[in-house]
Design a protein around this ligand. Structure first.
Ligand code: SAM
Length: 310
C-alpha cells in the first residue's frame, strides 16, 4: 500500500505535558475553554487523517497513535489557551513523541538525551519516566543550552542533570549507568520543509552532516553501560538516516535493530527499501502523515550467550 497524498493542510499538533496535567484534566480544561473533542469512525489511521483535515477552529482530536498528542486545525485558537502559557500543553509536533515512545523508558531508568536543545523530547522523556530516575541532557551550543534549561524547568522536569558540552567530549565516567540514549542530532531539517527539493542542497553538505551524525552515533554505541540507542532525525534523506544506521550496524556488531514495525497500529511509513532493514525503522512523511518528516531507528544490545545461558 503506497502512502496516499492527502494534500497540504498541515494541522497544529500539541502534546500534553503529563508532568503538569493528566490527559483527562487537559481535555476537561479545553472543554471549559470552548474546545470540542471530535471523534471519527471507523477507527482507522486513514479515516483519522481524513478527519483531521475537516477540524474547525474550536475542534480537536486525540492522535491516532498517542493519547498524549492532540491535533487541532491550522487556524486553531489553542495557542492562546492558558494551558500553553503554563507549560501544560506543549506546542510541538507529533514526531517529538515518536522517539521517546520507541525508547520505552520507564520510571527509575538512567537516560541520556545527547543532543537535547530546545528540549522538546527531554520533557516527553521525563514524562514517561514520571520524573523518577535520572535524565541527563547534553547540549553543546551555549545559547541553546540556556533555552533548554529554562524550558525544561518550566515544564516541570525535576530528575534532570544538564551538561553544556560536546557529547563526544564528555568523560564517559560522567555517563556511568546510562542504559538508554536518545540521539537526535543536528540534521538538514529537510523533513520540516514542505517542498523537499533535494537537488537544491549540495551533496557535500549532506555528506558532512552524515559523517557528524555517524560520529555521534558511534560514541553513543561505545558507552559501556548502554543497552539501547534511539537515533532520530528531522531529515527525509537516506544519507542521514538509513546510511548512517547501516554504517553503525556494520561497525557495532554487538548491537542490532529493534523491529519497530509492529509497535504502532496501522503504521505505514518505513525506511528506504534499498536497505535490508527498511521495515524495522520508522519514518513519517508530511504528505501522508500530516506531520513533520521524521526518521527513527532503535539499536538494542545483542544478548550475550555464556555457556548456553543468556
Ligand atoms: N532533541 C531536540 C528536541 O527535541 O528539542 C532537538 C535537537 S536538534 C535537532 C540538535 C541539537 O544538537 C542542537 O541543539 C545542536 O546544537 C546539538 N548538538 C549538535 N552536535 C552536538 C554535539 N556534538 N554535542 C551536543 N550537542 C550537539
Amino acid at each position: 500500500n503506497a502512502p496516499v497524498k492527502l494534500g497540504l493542510v498541515v494541522p497544529r499538533w500539541v502534546c500534553i505535558n503529563t508532568l503538569l496535567i493528566s490527559t483527562q484534566k487537559a481535555r476537561q480544561h479545553l472543554s471549559d475553554e470552548g474546545f470540542t473533542l471530535k471523534s471519527y469512525s471507523p477507527k482507522t489511521y486513514e479515516k483519522f487523517l481524513q478527519s483531521i483535515q475537516d477540524l474547525g477552529k474550536w475542534d480537536y482530536m486525540e492522535d491516532f497513535h498517542f493519547a498524549e498528542v492532540l491535533v487541532f486545525s491550522a487556524s486553531t485558537a489553542v495557542m492562546s489557551s492558558t494551558l500553553v502559557s503554563s507549560g501544560k500543553l506543549l506546542l510541538q509536533d507529533k514526531v517529538s513523541w515518536l522517539s521517546p515512545f520507541v525508547s520505552a523508558v520507564q520510571p527509575g531508568d538512567v537516560v541520556l538525551d545527547a543532543c537535547a536543545a530546545p528540549g522538546n523530547k527531554s520533557t516527553v522523556l521525563a514524562g514517561l519516566m514520571a520524573n523518577q530516575g535520572k535524565l541527563i541532557c547534553i547540549e553543546r551550543d551555549p545559547e541553546r543550552f540556556t533555552v533548554l534549561k529554562k524550558r525544561v524547568k518550566h515544564h516541570g522536569v525535576r530528575n534532570v542533570l544538564f551538561i553544556n558540552e560536546d557529547f563526544t567530549s564528555v568523560d564517559p565516567s560522567e555517563l556511568q549507568g546510562v542504559t538508554t540514549i536518545l540521539l537526535d542530532p543536528s540534521c538538514s531539517n529537510s523533513g520540516l520543509e514542505m517542498n523537499t527539493d533535494s537537488a537544491s542542497v549540495s551533496g557535500e553538505r549532506y555528506r558532512r552532516l552524515a559523517d557528524m551524525q555517524f560520529q555521534l552515533l558511534s560514541f553513543a554505541l561505545s558507552l559501556p553501560s548502554v543497552q539501547s540507542v534511539v537515533y532520530s532525525t528531522c531529515s527525509v534523506q537516506s544519507i542521514e538516516n538509513e546510511e548512517v544506521v547501516a554504517r553503525a550496524l556494520q561497525q557495532f556488531t554487538n548491537f542490532e535493530l529493534d523491529d519497530l514495525s509492529l509497535k504502532l497500529k496501522d503504521w505505514r511509513s518505513f525506511g528506504d527499501e534499498n536497505y535490508s532493514f527498511a521495515k524495522k525503522v520508522l519514518r513519517t512523511q508530511t504528505f501522508y502523515d500530516l506531520c513533520h518528516g521524521f526518521f527513527v531507528a532503535k539499536f538494542v544490545a545483542r544478548r550475550v550467550f555464556l555457556n548456553g545461558k543468556t
